[in-house]
Each structure stands twice: as structure tokens, then as C-alpha cells.
Design a protein around this ligand. Structure first.
Ligand code: ZN
Length: 533
């Protein structure tokens, strides 16, 4: 690894949409980048599609992400390479013993003039063309990212769900046993996911390729507050009057003991909510909106009706004057780009309705999810994926005991911890964890996070606010130093941490964290960087 200077990363693409994806990937890691390079810096080009001559006049080192078969064949013709296309399960480490994986179509370049730079035990992901400064990626991470996010946002309504929702009885009246039975049948057909954080895997390939090909330290802004590796947030969707009046009491006792503030998502018109109950929850945490009647029909509404409905819910919950409501959780975790746009139009700041992965959606009767355990911005709104399986799926569909459910949640949390994401716990006060007899298990679950010094615990609103704050900052490199700057004039960089990625190997990214004090001019020259390859 060369230590003499940082590299200036330039993003280029043949379409604006693809350039947007490269920017998303760079913004996720918060590495410095530009799309119009300055002349004085050492340049490193990351290009979706074969870069044109005038984009690369300096013959800078370049990672080429071929988009489509035609481009791959062109590259093969130019350099006398062969191409092997296959379905692969790509598996890459992010941190020690923490892997991400993705099932996808790989176009692997082969030929004597290639030197592997990044490879799994089965395929080469990044090759260097000998005698040139060009690097070829075997996966179209840009196209794959676009498709997966686009599909992940939608959860299409199945014919069966539409039929049931048109019955004169509301969804909630269908006996729960019958609902759970039909979900269970479909669940067993859906099986387990063979992928582990597919979006994370694409992001890993992006950064690992840059680190390995540029052979330079890459500064970035760490995901969370100084000293924190990951985040846990407790959320409750309160489905019934009994849950509101009894279940919340039991959960609150545990949370107060552990000094945890959670998010309480309430449907505004499903059952009467007394001012007292609302006040109690607003004091103990944040109130979120959970639709009006919670009848499963929100996702079927026209756009205008959706907006009216989510506005009505917000206004009703805010009418007591006790709380403001800026977050939304959709009933049945229903989601679509249309619904997200309606929630945004209604004045919400964030949504937390899309699972990272769920074996079965009651709406589409298929597996669904966005494939990441990190917040993401969708058209200016923060989406915080429901990253852990909700208690309903564990207890009622998979029929686990509360103790077994806790085991499964903790085991999945260890992976999220390794990756540095957000553990979103969804516990309904209406089910087993809301019973006093299971308080010990609930305490065991939350206690694991509480005693972890590297875990930050906050409400959903806390997560959304932090993510937005981090979003409005960037790493600036000038005179050989890297520092965090804010896009706005109001410089509040408190808690943000500059980190240097110095390598990528079998145990994931190798990083150096630089301790900075609050409000400091966060400055770091490459001479301070240690470690690496
Ligand atoms: Zn609900």
C-alpha cells in the first residue's frame, strides 16, 4: 500500500441513472469522490460502462464495470479474452467471520493476460489487464443494485390478498388461526434465503475493488457515533386495545429498567386510544403512525386516498398535543414506491416498513425485502428496514417458543453487528413478549444489546436523524489531509468519526480509526495511517 497521498476517485457512467447508482454506493461508504476531477490530484476512475477516450485522457487507473453482454464481448475482442457466464453465489467477507452473499449472474473474464485482484474461492471478481492500468469487474454491480432496490421497494398485491381484502369483513376479522395457517403453508414453500445481505455484498465489491486496485488508503466517515459499531432500535406495533392497555405495561417495565427508549407505532382509528395511554408512551419513547383502521387496504388505495389516510393518522395522533409524529410503519409491512411517496407527501420524515428480508409477505404471498440492514434514502425520505424477523413470524408462523425466538434474534443480530448495521427489533405488545410470564426472555433479548459497549441504542427517529446528519457531510481532501465537512453552514460534526480503509483481505476491510474530539477540525494526513497491506 502506498502511503504518500490519497487518491481522487472519479465516478463516470454512460447513463445518468448509472452515475446515480455509483454516487449512492460512494455515499453509503462516505468516501470522497467527484464527477468532475480537478487536474492536480492523483486520479482513479470508476466507470459503469467502457469509458470514452475523453473521459480518460490522463490514462488514469480505471475500474471498468461492464454493463451488459455487448460490452463484455467488446472487451473480450479488444483484449483477446474469453467470457464464461454462470449463476454464482458470490460470498465475500466484510469483517472477521462476517460474510455477505449474493446470488447473481457472473460474467467471468478469462485469459493469460489477466491478473486476479479480488477473488472468492470459486470465481475471480476483479482482474487487472496486464500491461495496462485497467481493471475489469466480473459483475455488473450497478445494474444489479438498480434492479434489486427497485424490486425490493415493491411488494405487489397478490390476487388472493385482493380477494380477501374485498370481502365486506375487514382483514383483521379473519380468524387469526386461519390467517396464520395459510401463512405457514406458504412459508414452508418459501424456504430460507440463500443470500446474506445482497445489497451489502454489492457495496462490499464496490469498495474492496477501489481499495485493492488503487493501493491507496481510502478515508471515509464511519457509520455511527464515535466508539459505536452498530445500532439497535426497539419498535412496537400496537395492534389491539388489550395490547395497548396491558402488553405495553409489561414491555415498559423491562425497557425502563434497561434505560431503553422505544418507538410505539399506533393505528389511529382501530381502537380508542386514551390521552393517558398516549401520554405514557410519548414520555417513554417516540410515537409513530401505524395507519388509521389497520385493515390491510392501505396499499390498495389510490395515491390521493393513501395521502389522506396517512395525514389523518398523523393528525389524530398529534391532536392531543402530547407528541409529534414523524415516522410511519405500514400495517402488515406493506410497501410500494407509491405508498412511500404518499407518506413523504403527508409530511413524514422517515418510514420503517420494508423488511430486510422476510420469508413471506401476507400481501404478495412471496418472500420480500430490500436486502440491506442499513437505512437508505428513497426520494429524500429515510427508510429504515425492519432488519430482524418480527415476533409474529417467529412465534406464530414458525411457532417458536419465546426463548427460541430470542435465540434466533440474537443470532441474526450478531451478523448485523459484524456488518455494522441497524438491528430493528419489532415486538408486538399483543403477543407473547407482552405477557408478564415472558418478561425474563424479553429482558434477556434487550439486555444483550444493553451490555454491548459498541452498541448504540436509539429510537427510530434517532436513527433517521443521525443518518440524515451523516448524509449531509462529506470527506474533503485538501493539501494532502482528509477532513469531515458539512454541506450546510451549520457545522455540527459532533460524534462523526473519520476512518481510513487501508486494505481488504480474508477478514474483510482493514481500517484505522482516528479519534477526534467533538467540533474539532477533523484533519488527518496519510502520514498518520498505519497498517494495511
Ligand atoms: Zn400492525
Amino acid at each position: 500500500m502506498e502511503k504518500n497521498s490519497y487518491v481522487s476517485i472519479t465516478l463516470a457512467a454512460t447513463t445518468l441513472e448509472n452515475l446515480g447508482v455509483l454516487k449512492d454506493l460512494a455515499e453509503f461508504w462516505k468516501i470522497p469522490y467527484n464527477i468532475h476531477p480537478g487536474s492536480e490530484q492523483v486520479r482513479f476512475l470508476v466507470s459503469s460502462g467502457i469509458p470514452s477516450e475523453d473521459e480518460n485522457t490522463q490514462k488514469s487507473p480505471t475500474i471498468i464495470i461492464p454493463s451488459g453482454n455487448e460490452e463484455c464481448r467488446k472487451i473480450c475482442r479488444q483484449h483477446g479474452l474469453q467470457l464464461e457466464e454462470k449463476e454464482e453465489n458470490v460470498r465475500l467477507p466484510v469483517a472477521p467471520e462476517t460474510f455477505t452473499s449474493l446470488k447473481t449472474r457472473v460474467r467471468e473474464f478469462q485469459g493469460a493476460q489477466l491478473t486476479p485482484v479480488l477473488a472468492t474461492d470459486r470465481i475471480t471478481i476483479l482482474n487487472k489487464l496486464k500491461g495496462t492500468e485497467s481493471y475489469l469487474l466480473s459483475l455488473d454491480i450497478v445494474g444489479e443494485y438498480t434492479n434489486r432496490i427497485r424490486e425490493g421497494l415493491e411488494d405487489p398485491v397478490s390476487a388472493r390478498f385482493r380477494l380477501v381484502s374485498l370481502l365486506p369483513i375487514p382483514y383483521s376479522v379473519i380468524p387469526e388461526a386461519l390467517r396464520n395457517w395459510s401463512l405457514r403453508r406458504a412459508y414452508s414453500a418459501a424456504g430460507e434465503s440463500e443470500e446474506n445481505g445482497p445489497i451489502e455484498c454489492l457495496r462490499t465489491i464496490f469498495l474492496a475493488s477501489i481499495v485493492l486496485a488503487s493501493k491507496r488508503p481510502i478515508p471515509r466517515i464511519a457509520f455511527w457515533r464515535q466508539g459505536k459499531r452498530f445500532v439497535m432500535t426497539v419498535t412496537h406495533d400496537v395492534e389491539s386495545k388489550k395490547g395497548l392497555e396491558q402488553g405495553t405495561e409489561s414491555l415498559l417495565e423491562v425497557e425502563k429498567k434497561l434505560d431503553i427508549r422505544s418507538t410505539w407505532n399506533l393505528p389511529s382509528e382501530r381502537y380508542p386510544i386514551s390521552d393517558e395511554s398516549l401520554h405514557r408512551l410519548a414520555v417513554a419513547g417516540d410515537i409513530g403512525a401505524h395507519d388509521t383502521r389497520h385493515d390491510g387496504r392501505l396499499v390498495l388505495d389510490s395515491f390521493d386516498d393513501m395521502v389522506n389516510r396517512v395525514v389523518q393518522c398523523k393528525e389524530k395522533l398529534e391532536s392531543s398535543g402530547d407528541t409529534i409524529v414523524v415516522g410511519f410503519r405500514s400495517p402488515l409491512l406493506q410497501h410500494s414506491t407509491k405508498l412511500l411517496a404518499a407518506i413523504r407527501k403527508a409530511g413524514y420524515e422517515f418510514d420503517s416498513s420494508i423488511p430486510s428480508w422476510e420469508a413471506l409477505s401476507p400481501t404478495s404471498l412471496k418472500p420480500h425485502g430490500i436486502g440491506t440492514v442499513f437505512p437508505l434514502e428513497v426520494d429524500g425520505m429515510v427508510e429504515i428496514p425492519v432488519s430482524l424477523p418480527q415476533d409474529h413470524q417467529l412465534l406464530r408462523i414458525q411457532t417458536l417458543s419465546p426463548s427460541e425466538a430470542v435465540e434466533q434474534l440474537l443470532s441474526l443480530s450478531r451478523w448485523i453487528r459484524g456488518i455494522g448495521g441497524v438491528c430493528v427489533v419489532l415486538v408486538h405488545p399483543d403477543y407473547e413478549f407482552g405477557n408478564r410470564e415472558h418478561q425474563l426472555e424479553y429482558t434477556r433479548l434487550l439486555g444483550e444489546f444493553r451490555k454491548d459497549p459498541e452498541c448504540d441504542i436509539m429510537t427510530l427517529k434517532g436513527v433517521a436523524d443521525w443518518w440524515r446528519k451523516r448524509r449531509s457531510t462529506f470527506v474533503d481532501i485538501s493539501n494532502g489531509s482528509a477532513r469531515i465537512r458539512s454541506l450546510g453552514n451549520n457545522l455540527d460534526l459532533g460524534g462523526l468519526d473519520l476512518e481510513i480503509v487501508v486494505g481488504y483481505a480474508g477478514s474483510g476491510f482493514e481500517t484505522t480509526t482516528i479519534k477526534t474530539s467533538m467540533g474539532d477540525d477533523l484533519r488527518l494526513g496519510p502520514e498518520n495511517v498505519t497498517g494495511g497491506q
